[in-house]
Design a protein around this ligand. Sequence first.
Ligand SMILES: Nc1ncnc2c1ncn2[C@@H]1O[C@H](COP(=O)(O)OP(=O)(O)O)[C@@H](O)[C@H]1O
Ligand SMILES: [Mg+2]
Length: 405
Amino acid sequence: MKLQDVFVAGGMPNVTYVDRNHLSLEKKFRTELMEGYKIVAITGPTKSGKTVLCRKVIPAKECIWIDGGQVESPDDFWTAIVRSLRLPTEETENISGSASFSWQAIIGIKSQITAGSIVKYPAPTKKEILTAMRLSNLTLVVDDFHYLSPAIQQEVVRSLKAEIFDGLIVVFIAVPHRAFDTISAEPEMEGRYAHITIPPWSIDDLLSIPEKGFPKLGMTVPDQTCKTMAAEALQSPLLMQRFCGRVCAYYEVTETIKPIRNFEPTNIILEDIYKEVVKQFGFPTFEKLAKGPQSRSKRNPRRLRDGSGSVDIYQAILMAVGKTGPKAKLHYDEIRDQLKDLLREADIPQKHEVSNALGHMESIAKEKIKGEPVLEWSSDYLYITDPFLRFFMKWSNIKDFSFEE
Ligand SMILES: Nc1ncnc2c1ncn2[C@@H]1O[C@H](COP(=O)(O)OP(=O)(O)O)[C@@H](O)[C@H]1O
Ligand SMILES: [Mg+2]
């Protein structure tokens, strides 16, 4: 067995798929799908396994998968569906019964798309597309629904409504709960909407990944090592998969070895792995936070206590927060204590300066970084919702982000 078929970071894991049975996620999801006549919404933190769950439960052949990130206009949405519909061709299939009208109309649209013409989708056409899906028992999955603009979300929900009442099954996947405000705002959707939340990953959940994966490659790795990695993974199965894969790569195990061998990476080896992995996640998203807002001319250089150079206030704050663990919720006092540790006495920023900078970072997170804001600063508390940002703060070399423009 090959390494890339065992530890899969970013795709669909197979041998290291963890069902987290104690949460009954698959069961809850299957029950909602079976019940039907509703939109099933799956929400959870970024990279917590929403897409993986959905792919596991709904076979690829039984769904039409639309990627919210690819949809910029309502017409994009409908075109994406028609493109993915496995249409019978007029000549080969004997189209019968009530489906016939729909199929023929859609085949017509499909040939327009293929010919490269711009297709408009009036309401009756949308209805035909959805009816055709329902009659062929296809589930509509819209992944990363939060990437659709509110206007498109609303138009999609409105168009789907009637067909859901007739039995079309729809799944929306999104990060924040409030992505579904559009649904709850829609009249007649009450009771036709189910919500499944993916809870954060516990250490034990994460440990199932190496437990399943290493033996498949003929490797044993001490429990303590796996626990250390699980703690560093900050509730992210993606990071855990990546760490395990990197341990194998470090020992040049690229496929199953015989006989079974024990591997004990030292903490130094593991730390090198984290520092390598963070490079894949840090850029370019979090670099924007480290750089702060555009006008940096008036910014004071702040000398580090260890004599290794100077940083500006944005870098200092990120480094200070990183030194706290970092925790998902932090009080200002904890940040201040770390700043005291980090910077020379004369260069420690005042509270209002820290508060100001964190306020700016919050705006950058909201305006310049796609998706749910990765951090929030309110009433002296810093909330870091994104595990990747926490991982970035801890392991990346923030000093290296250019101080001079
Ligand atoms: N149930 C699982 N078992 C094992 N690894 C998982 C599981 N769910 C997610 N992962 C890991 O996390 C990665 C991200 O999962 P994904 O479903 O794409 O996240 P989301 O859709 O929530 O952003 C996957 O590629 C895989 O490496
Ligand atoms: Mg996803």
